[in-house]
Design a protein around this ligand. Structure first.
Ligand SMILES: Nc1nc2c(ncn2[C@@H]2O[C@H](COP(=O)(O)OP(=O)(O)OP(=O)(O)O)[C@@H](O)[C@H]2O)c(=O)[nH]1
Ligand SMILES: [Mg+2]
Length: 286
């Protein structure tokens, strides 16, 4: 099948064709695919937080909640330590199993290595493709440990940060800059001791309203979906422009990092033949 045929098959609902197109946009045929599709607006919900906070479990129950509302759902798990296929945690597998045979749910792990331009370049293209293929919502899971390649806040609206009861999580989140990117803060595992204290601490620290969630039972998920909805309805041209600016900068930085002249310019600056100001202007083609 050529790309046009793949797009046609994906439009008719073939998950296999969609998967192959996603592989193409992650690689060196991105522009060919993007040239053939008409972009459509799609909601992107970012789910991030420390390892093990319950992000995948939250994504699982969110998927169920959105399906119950009639939405088509795509899940992109970016560089997960517990991928949805292969070595998935038993809990993940059971929770996502409800959706595995649902043609209106696509679950995809975005690999972190070996792709042109890295993840930062692959994710916006995948989002554009999925929007064109009439998905209503994309759930984007990334581990927020401070050096994530993807600036999730640039593509997601809202960015939901998932934390757990206990002082350690809030401190770690603050250190990793997670509190700054959070549009919504969730204390998951609220069945554990200390949830209310953590909610109070986070409220004092951020001034935000904190949602409590027990993702493993789904308790609190409707409130989370409602809060996501309220946030999306409040979107403004300014907020869209801020996200677009961050995306452009992220893509431009990725390109500059792999610029063919970078090594030669660096060598010239290192041995004094050039100065970094001139070299930087040269890199930007000025
Ligand atoms: N007690 C309790 N356990 C939970 C809850 N939500 C998730 N868990 C458990 O926490 C563990 C980690 O959950 P995951 O959903 O895999 O967490 P994650 O943030 O996706 O983990 P990584 O992708 O590995 O960073 C699993 O054993 C879950 O069953 C909850 O609300 N309460
Ligand atoms: Mg996970």
């Amino acid at each position: 099948m050529n790309i046009a045929e793949l797009v046609e098959a994906a439009r008719r609902g073939s998950l296999r064709a969609t998967g192959r197109l996603l592989t193409l946009v992650e690689g060196d045929r991105r522009d060919e695919v993007l040239g053939l599709i008409e972009t459509a607006p799609v909601r992107v919900v970012g789910i991030t937080g420390p390892p093990g906070a319950g992000k995948s479990t939250t994504v699982g129950v969110l998927t169920g909640g959105y399906r119950a509302r009639g939405f088509r759902v795509a899940v992109l798990a970016v560089d997960p330590s517990s991928p949805y296929s292969g070595g998935a945690l038993l809990g993940d597998r059971i929770r996502m199993a409800a959706h595995v045979n649902d043609p209106d749910v696509l679950i995809r792990s975005v690999a972190s290595r070996g792709h042109l331009g890295g993840l930062a370049a692959a994710v916006p293209a995948a989002i554009a493709l999925l929007g064109a293929l009439s998905y209503d919502v994309i759930l984007l899971e990334t581990v927020g440990v401070g050096q994530s390649e993807v600036e999730i806040a640039a593509v997601a609206d809202p960015t939901v940060v998932v934390l757990n009861p206990g002082a350690g999580d809030a401190v770690q989140a603050a250190k990793a800059g997670l509190l700054e990117v959070a549009d919504l803060l969730v204390v998951n595992k609220a069945d554990r001791d200390g949830a209310d204290a953590t909610v109070r601490d986070l409220r004092v620290e951020t001034g935000m309203t904190i949602l409590k969630l027990i993702a493993s039972t789904g308790e609190g998920i409707d409130k989370l979906i409602d809060a996501i909805e309220v946030h999306q309805r409040a979107d403004t041209p300014e907020r869209r422009a801020a996200r677009a600016r961050a995306q452009i900068l992220s893509l431009a930085t990725t390109r500059l990092r792999t610029h063919p002249d970078l090594d030669a310019l660096a060598a010239a600056v290192a041995d004094g033949r050039n100065d970094p100001y001139t070299a930087a202007a040269g890199l930007l083609g000025q």
